[in-house]
Design a protein around this ligand. Sequence first.
Ligand SMILES: Nc1ncnc2c1ncn2[C@@H]1O[C@H](COP(=O)(O)OP(=O)(O)O)[C@@H](O)[C@H]1O
Ligand SMILES: [Mg+2]
Length: 358
Amino acid sequence: MRIAVLMGGTSTERDVSLASGRAVARWLQKAGHQVIEIDAAFGANRQDNISPHVRGSIQRRPPKPDELSAYGHRRVFESVHDLITRKIDAVFIALHGVPGEDGTVQGMLELAGLPYTGSGVLGSTLAMDKIISKKLFEKDGIQTPAWFSLTADVGAGHQEIQSRIESTFGFPVVVKPNNQGSTVGLSIVHQPSDLEAAFREVRSYSEEILLEQYIAGRELTVSLLGKEALPVIEIHPEHGVYDYECKYTKGKSTYTVPAELSEKVLLQIQKMGVKAFESLKCDGFGRVDIRLDENNEPFCLEVNTIPGMTETSLVPKAAMAQGISPPDLVDEILRLALERHNLGSDQGEPWHSDYSIH
Ligand SMILES: Nc1ncnc2c1ncn2[C@@H]1O[C@H](COP(=O)(O)OP(=O)(O)O)[C@@H](O)[C@H]1O
Ligand SMILES: [Mg+2]
């Protein structure tokens, strides 16, 4: 098949997405497909030279939102619009963050009648919103850390917020943006005097702020392929928190797969993963992040609908532990995408047009 791999884009996870996209493209080729790599920051101009400050490899820190603002969502729209006009059979979406993982790109491809990998519009949108996700987890009996939310215009360090933290779950508290990934904008606040700095950081990323009970314990993740949970991975990040640097710098984290836990707990974690995936109407593949407290109680943090897909990423690691090679993994993700597309009610012909954007 002729497959377009959509990567890069204009989110703060751009660098990671390029790494995922390039790995996916290589594996798809190994699986026998013809691949077109598309950086969604280029827009319709395929020859565009990307500005040097929008980098192409993963650095110690993610790019700042203002480094990317020139590229905006419009570029992503133009890239997807342009790819729709090409002769391709399916799109592998390797974009992380917003826009791309949030249902917008999925919506364009849905309307164009082109099969695409991963979750559909609704699942992508729900999982990108951590607050909505937590409301659904609670409704569906999936344990998640205690929380409350604030909008970005609320002043930091206010006595009111501090009192609310103290009367609910106390310190340490995790302060995170509602719709970012890769631990971008997230702080673990141990004392009230550090709240202000955490708010200053989080505000540059999101209008909505999530405050969450800190779960001391172990860091686990469970990958989903179709409706099946793959082996559970335990992550040992050098910094304690699985931050951007520990996620993407070789040697900054070690992994145990399958995690060293009893069969009973492993099964419980896998069931939680499947349930969280279903709760948010996710599809195809993904990864569910879980904290395990000192009493072996699991707490669901979030669902990632387009998790990292580099050779050192967690989903390929979990697949390998199940005997699925990376080329077989991407091929299966593609097969699931085509299967869902063929089940859809209104496919028609894929949309090809000469229409150009001015
Ligand atoms: N409630 C929490 N308790 C303990 N650690 C947390 C908590 N929430 C987040 N973390 C740490 O921060 C990391 C990123 O948080 P997560 O909610 O998965 O957001 P994202 O990965 O989208 O940035 C987690 O993998 C974990 O290491
Ligand atoms: Mg996470």
